[in-house]
Design a protein around this ligand. Structure first.
Ligand code: C5P
Length: 397
C-alpha cells in the first residue's frame, strides 16, 4: 500500500464538487493514509465538517482560532506534518489566492507554509476555467512545482457542458498513488535538459529564431525534479518560469552559448534529454549597428552551428544516457532513425507536425519513441506533463 501511514492534508473549497471530496477522503483513508481536512469558509456551505470529520476521524480545520477557547490552529504545523497537500476541489478564487499568496483563510496559509508537494484538482464552470486569468494562475502554480489534475469535460452543475468539472475521485487517487510510487525514484540522478529555441543575432535588434515555446523541456525538467533528480535546465529565450528547488536553470541565447554550457555540464550527468530547437545556422557576421534599409537586397550568409546532440554523443560514456528529439515533416521514421545513429542517441522522441495538437506552443503533444534497434512505441495525444512522464519512464525504466 503506497499510501500506508502517509499524512495527507486535504483542502476543500467552495465548489459544488466539494461533495466528491468526501469520497476522496474515504478512498485515501481506505488506502492507509491519515487525512487532515482544511476547509474554506465557503467550502462549509457545500459540505459539513461533521460529515468530513466522521470520515477522517479528525476535527476539520477551518478557522485560525477555535472561537470558544481561543486555540490557535497552526498552519505551520500542518505544513511540517504533511507528506502531501491535495486541494480538491480548488475554485478559481482559491487558485488565484494560491498563485498570488493572498493568505486570507486557513487553507491558503496552510498552502503557503506547506513543506510537502501539492496536487490541485480545479473545479469551476467552463467559462471561468477558460478565462485567461485562470489559465495564467494555473501556469504560475505549475511553475511553483504544484501538480495540476486537469478538470474533465462534461455536464456541469450549471447544466452547461464543457471543461471544468473536477476529475473523479478515483482518477485523483490514481494521480496521488502514482505520485508516491515515483517520488524519489530519481534521487541521486543528475539530468541535463535543453529547452526552448535559440536566437541567432543578426544585429542588436534582430535575430533568426524559431517557434519553440520551451514547454516540453520545462515539463521534462519539472517531472525529473519531482522524482528527485538534480536537474540542470539549459534554456533558450522563453517566457516560462520555474521555481522547483531541484532545478538549476541556465538561460542562454544562442546555439553557441547552449553548446558551451551543455558540453561542460554533461561531464557529471547521468542523462541528457535534448529538447531544445537549436538553430542549425547562424549569421556569418553580426552587425554592430542596426542594419538600415537601403533599397538594395540584403544578403545574410549563414554558417552551420555545432550540433550539441552529436557532440554529447561523441563524449558519451557507457553509463550515460542520451535522448534526442526529432520534428520531421516528411519521412519521419527514416530520418529519425538516421539521427539516432549519427548523434549516438539511446532513443529519439519523434513529434510530428502532422498530428493535430502536437508540437510548438500547444499544451499537448503526441509522440513516438524509436530506439536504436528500430523498435517503435506510439503514444496517444496527452498533456506535455504526461508526455514528460512517459519519456522519463522510458529513460529510467
Ligand atoms: O538534426 P535535428 O536538429 O533535427 O536534431 C534534433 C535533435 O538534435 C534534438 O534533440 C535537438 O535538441 C538536437 N540538436 C542539438 N544541437 C543542434 C541541433 C540539434 O542538440 N545544433
Amino acid at each position: 500500500m503506497v499510501l500506508k501511514d502517509k499524512h495527507i492534508v486535504l483542502g476543500i473549497t467552495g465548489s459544488i464538487a466539494a461533495y466528491k471530496a468526501a469520497s476522496l477522503a474515504r478512498l485515501l483513508i481506505k488506502a492507509g493514509a491519515e487525512v487532515q481536512i482544511v476547509i474554506t469558509p465557503s467550502g462549509k456551505e457545500f459540505i459539513t465538517p461533521v460529515t468530513l470529520s466522521a470520515l477522517t476521524g479528525k476535527p476539520v480545520v477551518s478557522e485560525f482560532f477555535t472561537a470558544n477557547d481561543g486555540t490557535w490552529h497552526s498552519h505551520v504545523d500542518l505544513g511540517q506534518w504533511a507528506d502531501l497537500m491535495l486541494i480538491a476541489p480548488a475554485t478559481a478564487a482559491t487558485l488565484a489566492k494560491m498563485a498570488n499568496g493572498i493568505a486570507d483563510n486557513m487553507l491558503i496559509t496552510s498552502y503557503l507554509s506547506m513543506k510537502a508537494p501539492v496536487i490541485i484538482a480545479p473545479a469551476m464552470d467552463l467559462d471561468m476555467f477558460a478565462h485567461p486569468s485562470t489559465t495564467q494562475n494555473i501556469e504560475l502554480l505549475r511553475s511553483y512545482g504544484n501538480i495540476v489534475v486537469e478538470p474533465a469535460a462534461g455536464e456541469l452543475a450549471s447544466r452547461l457542458t464543457g471543461k471544468g468539472r473536477m476529475e473523479e475521485p478515483e482518477k485523483i487517487m490514481a494521480v496521488v498513488e502514482n505520485f508516491f510510487t515515483r517520488q524519489g525514484s530519481l534521487s541521486k540522478k543528475k539530468v541535463l535538459i535543453t529547452a526552448g529555441p535559440t536566437y541567432e543575432r543578426i544585429d542588436p535588434v534582430r535575430f533568426i529564431g524559431n517557434y519553440s515555446s520551451g514547454k516540453m523541456g520545462f515539463a521534462l525538467a519539472e517531472e525529473c525534479a519531482r522524482r528527485g533528480a538534480e536537474v540542470t535546465l539549459v534554456t533558450g529565450p522563453v517566457s516560462l518560469k520555474t521555481n522547483h528547488p531541484g532545478i538549476t536553470r541556465i538561460d542562454v541565447e544562442s546555439a553557441a552559448e547552449m553548446y558551451n554550457v551543455s558540453i561542460k555540464a554533461f561531464l557529471s550527468m547521468d542523462a541528457a534529454i535534448l529538447c531544445a530547437a537549436v538553430a542549425d545556422f547562424r549569421p556569418a557576421e553580426q552587425y554592430a549597428e542596426k542594419v538600415k534599409r537601403s533599397g538594395d537586397m540584403l544578403n545574410i550568409s549563414l554558417v552551420p552551428n555545432k550540433d550539441i546532440a552529436a557532440s554529447l554523443g561523441k563524449m558519451k560514456k557507457a553509463n550515460q544516457l542520451l535522448v534526442g528529439f526529432a520534428l520531421e515533416t516528411n519521412d519521419e521514421e527514416t530520418n529519425a532513425l538516421k539521427k539516432i545513429i549519427k548523434k549516438n542517441l539511446d532513443f529519439i522522441v519523434l513529434n510530428s507536425l502532422n498530428d493535430a495538437g502536437a508540437g510548438f506552443k500547444y499544451e499537448t503533444n503526441k509522440i513516438t519513441i524509436l530506439n536504436r534497434n528500430g523498435e517503435r512505441k506510439d503514444f496517444a495525444l496527452k498533456t506535455k506533463k504526461e508526455v514528460a512522464s512517459d519519456i522519463i519512464d522510458e529513460t529510467f525504466p
